[in-house]
Design a protein around this ligand. Structure first.
Ligand SMILES: Nc1ncnc2c1ncn2[C@@H]1O[C@H](COP(=O)(O)OP(=O)(O)OP(=O)(O)O)[C@@H](O)[C@H]1O
Length: 257
């Protein structure tokens, strides 16, 4: 099986005024090409740090990350990132923000305008193309960031709580949208989330981390097939996965509280 991302013996410690914080310890992980993997874990267990190291925004203290057999030593066009802080360009309209990566990839103007419009419609922002980030709500900014990540169509998409700022209804619609996009044109996706149901519904595998230091505690294979819909949440298999994941997370949370 071809692996898109390989994380080898990655540890990370941060130097702080009150000493070293060991955020990750000896993480080993292989993510297959076109696999959807989610990372769950209690707050502070190192999920975002791991994603940032894979994205090349942070360096590992030990170990290395390979993306398509090349060592990651910085951000790259092969890895699209959608992070909690939205990271939109404040001086660009919604349309221009979404077109940005396509422009970098030298997609010609007419085509990139068309692709951006398609994703603006998909995330429900039609009519808001010309607004600037300061005029958008948190949830709208998050949808722009998601549209931008998807429009770029990178080989690997790294998502850090991509729906965290959305209300429950919009969140569910966006989950279905992402599921539909992944089912129709699969790509490698690694997503950090706090939402157990979201992780199970969308993923082929769910990684559960333990904290202090962050380690991989459990990996669940989610065998729900590829024809998942919202209704899948109501099935017995789904509820069983939810029970297993909740139990592991509960034990981990009680250790740090
Ligand atoms: N730049 C930094 N400097 C110092 N410590 C950091 C830094 N970034 C993260 N940490 C620490 O590393 C640990 C892991 O943080 P991280 O943000 O990766 O956790 P997380 O699992 O994503 O948390 P959450 O779910 O709350 O977003 C925490 O103890 C955090 O305080």
């Amino acid at each position: 099986m071809v692996e898109s991302i390989v994380v080898k013996n990655v540890s990370k410690s941060f130097k702080t005024k009150s000493g070293n914080v060991q955020a990750l310890s000896d993480i080993n992980l292989g993510i297959r090409d076109k696999e959807f993997v989610s990372i769950l874990g209690t707050s502070g267990c190192g999920k975002s740090t791991l994603l940032r190291i894979i994205g090349g925004l942070e360096t590992a203290s030990e170990g290395e990350v390979l993306c398509h057999d090349s060592i990651v030593d910085g951000p790259g066009i092969d890895r699209g990132m959608v992070f909690q802080q939205y990271s939109l360009f404040p001086w660009m309209s919604v349309q221009k923000n979404i077109e940005f990566g396509l422009k970098q990839k030298k997609v010609e103007r007419k085509k990139r305008e068309m692709i951006a419009k398609e994703y603006i419609k998909l995330v429900g922002l039609k009519g808001f193309e010309d607004l600037f980030p300061k005029n958008l709500s948190g949830g709208m900014k998050q949808r722009v960031a998601l549209a931008r990540g998807l429009a770029n169509n990178p080989e690997v998409l790294l998502l850090d709580e991509p729906f965290g700022a959305l209300d429950m209804q919009t969140r569910e619609v966006m989950q279905e949208l992402l599921l539909g996009i992944w089912q129709s044109s699969p790509k490698t996706i690694l997503m950090v989330t706090h939402d157990i149901e979201e992780a199970i519904l969308l993923s082929n595998r769910v990684i559960i981390m333990s904290s202090h230091p962050g380690e991989i505690k459990e990996i669940l294979d989610i065998n729900l097939g590829n024809k998942r819909t919202f209704e899948t949440r109501l099935t017995e298999e789904f509820l069983e996965y939810k029970r297993i994941a909740s139990d592991v997370i509960r034990v981990e949370t009680s250790k740090i509280l």
